[in-house]
Design a protein around this ligand. Sequence first.
Ligand code: XMP
Length: 516
Amino acid sequence: MEAKTREMILVLDFGGQYNQLIARRVREDHVYCEVHPHTLGLDKIRAMAPKGIILTGGPNSVYREDSATCPEELFKLGIPVLGICYGSQLMAHKLGGRVETAPTSEYGKTEVEIIASQSKLFEDVDKKTICWMSHTDYIAAAPAGFRVTARTPACPVAAMENEAEHLYAVQFHPEVMHTAQGKTMLKNFVYNVCSCTGDWRMGSFVQETVAGLKQKIGSGKALCALSGGVDSSVAAVLLSKAIGKQLTCVFVDHGLLRKDEGDQVEAVFGPDGPYELNFIRVNAKERFYKKLEGVTEPERKRKLIGEEFIRVFEDVAQEIGAVDYLVQGTIYPDVIESGLGNSATIKSHHNVGGLPDFVDFREIVEPLRLLFKDEVREAGRELGIPDYLVNRQPFPGPGLGIRIIGAVTKEKVKIVQEADAIYREEVEKAGVQGLGQYFAALTNMRSVGVMGDGRTYDYAIALRAVMTSDFMTAESAQLPWDVLQKVTSRIVNEVKGVNRVLYDCTGKPPATIEFE
Ligand code: XMP
């Protein structure tokens, strides 16, 4: 698929925290949007021919010599520009306005007064509206040719515009949900100012991608490591639609999956499923359990599982022989992070094992590299992948290996699988909404209990449920007590080896979401 043929909004990143959010908001409005570093040259920008440019926030002051900047010509390309926070100050600074340290910095929800009687950016926005502010500098005077369109008691230029030149600036952050009418403002920019029509639709993305893959791969062969997670499942189905049996998917069942998960993946991708492809399920449980015998240190477990995964995959790949393409489920947030050189933000434990050494392939193909996670799910729905795969919660690569504290054994895997299945079933049945992730873990603690007339000395299961949007921080969810009681009673009655159930009330930080 060629992104250039469709309408595009370009986000230039000046190091703000919300760059991805801006792109997601624009795409929610059905306009394709890409994030690039602020150093992207003018020639490249011209070649991309975006319908509009958004300058993000950033941590610096525009008047410092070493601050991220942009050429003044950026504002003279005839392409509409919206500057947000630092981006707004940069616009003011470059075009002859005055940016200063604000006497009072504003942080958090702030009432903003829209003073312009008519503004394309503020159409359908209330005269007084709550916006998210986070700044220590402000625009003290707008450049010539601009009119001030909004203010707060502490900020004389909360928004400004030069309609004739298509230049707009807001001191606050319309992309964050705390800005009550931020969605409307961004939509106004994209449609009213940039005259987009909204041609970013998942249905056409899927069609174009399948056609593009067909053309690129021709009669070649592709190999895909399928985990059953959302990304690899959607990538595999796109490939299968494009090249059918020329695709081989290898699904390594490491014996650390959730209850029945291996069979569920096989039901969809195996020979009885709806898709045309070669499906190889490798039942490697014993190999993994053997490797993990007696290993208690979490990072060591991760490493062993990751390495073993690669070895198993390589063994199969060697049997298959040379292929032309190796399919990877890379998604857009990974592309942005690596493109902007922020690789430090990717946790080491998420890179389970790197690329296999001995797989003979010519090129990597990444059909999802332009999509955000929610878009991957939408593509999955378009492709008719069952909901239970498309809506799956995140599940770590090392699987239950890091939800069993201490050494992993076959028996412990069974216990945590059963407990987790009961927990998920009851939470779903109760219709609890808004959970980012929830699961059962097996503690390494045994304690005394009583069952019937007998003494027991069994394990404690820990239940975890968190609310989070970015998985970097999380709050423990307040699950309804009756749900917890039901789950507890079912686990102690139905799962042999468990006599106690605990609920984890810790947030992240100081805990992590997983137990190891
Ligand atoms: P933590 O435990 O670091 O988890 O708060 C944050 C998110 O990352 C997932 N996670 C992993 N994913 N391999 C993965 O692929 C791992 O080793 C791993 N450890 C944690 C976790 O499930 C949560 O969504």
